[in-house]
Design a protein around this ligand. Structure first.
Ligand code: LHQ
Length: 266
């Protein structure tokens, strides 16, 4: 995976890829380049399993991200060429679909404000850890837009339709603590503990049964969309595959030998 991105800083250490959205002067607002670079990183994950077994997504400076760069659109309104937003959105959809399809667990480390499409990219991650001073805002209705970038799907599933409607219609900020209370984030921690909390989780995932994690992600996300009978079929098919992994054998042998398992991700 290349590392010379314009709008992202990426590092790989101990099989953890950290992706930092890096336009701090605009609170990491998403411009075309950043959207496409995120798409490239996330679509590349299934082919990078030998190097990467967990991903952390975060923002540079004081924000996680402020959503779509609104200056780009303000400039475009003046042009004669009409903008077809649904076409533009397909580039966000590429990121969200890739996050969902990647076998590696993806953690959002929410270090500050997360607004609009940036907030919704955090929702598309598999786990969210927020700093106490993080803020969330489904800012779309403030500018008379509907939530996008996967927000309608993930927001309703994470907090239920009642809270989702409140957040989307009022478009008011909520704190990291409130986000934890309503289930929008998994954990809210003191700002100074964010990096160590995320590192600990990421290390655990990077040493875990990656193939099985991919099966778990796929099974649980798909189970939110299907009836019980179909979910039971999906679990059978997924368990056939998990049962055949080397890591499953290793897990059982380690349990019986009373030693920690050495998972390779296979
Ligand atoms: C920004 C932005 C920003 C550019 C802060 N752009 N510069 C939309 C359109 C079309 C198609 C596809 O999908 C989408 C998806 C979306 O994401 S729509 C939602 C877009 N985002 C927003 O509406 C949020 C706009 N930003 C804000 O409401 C506030 O800036 C937040 C709540 C993020 C932070 O508030 P503050 O902590 O008070 O910071 P600030 O407002 O002073 O912002 C800091 C700087 O960042 C400032 O620049 P400056 O040069 O004045 O210091 C802002 O202009 C810039 N910035 N968001 N989205």
């Amino acid at each position: 995976m290349r590392t010379d991105f314009q709008t992202l800083r990426t590092t790989i250490a101990d099989r953890v890829l950290t992706v930092t959205m890096h336009r701090p002067e605009v609170y990491n607002a998403l411009n075309e380049t950043m959207i496409d670079e995120l798409g490239e990183v996330f679509t590349g994950l299934p082919n990078a399993l030998d190097q990467i077994r967990c991903v952390v997504l975060t923002g540079a400076g004081r924000a996680f991200g402020s959503g779509q760069d609104l200056r780009v659109f303000a400039a475009a309104y003046e042009q004669a060429e009409p903008i077809v937003i649904s076409e533009h959105l397909t580039r966000y959809h590429r990121i969200v679909q890739a996050m969902r399809a990647a076998p590696q667990p993806i953690i959002a480390a929410i270090n500050g404000v997360a607004a609009g499409a940036s907030a919704n990219l955090a929702l598309a991650c598999d786990l969210r850890i927020a700093a106490e001073d993080a803020r969330f805002v489904e800012a779309f209705a403030r500018i008379a837009l509907v939530p996008d970038a996967g927000g309608p799907y993930f927001l309703t599933r994470l907090v239920g339709i009642g809270k989702a409607l409140e957040l989307a219609l009022l478009a008011e900020e909520i704190s990291g603590r409130e986000a934890e209370r309503i289930g929008l984030v998994n954990r809210c921690v003191a700002a100074e503990a964010l990096a160590s909390t995320v590192r600990e989780l990421a290390t655990r995932f990077a040493n875990g049964p990656t193939t099985t994690y991919g099966l778990i992600k796929d099974l649980l996300y798909r189970s939110t969309e299907v009836d019980l009978a179909t979910s039971l079929q999906l679990e059978g098919a997924a368990q056939d595959r998990a049962f055949a992994t080397r890591d499953h054998r290793e897990g059982v042998q380690a349990f019986l030998a009373k030693r920690p398992p050495q998972f390779t991700g296979e």
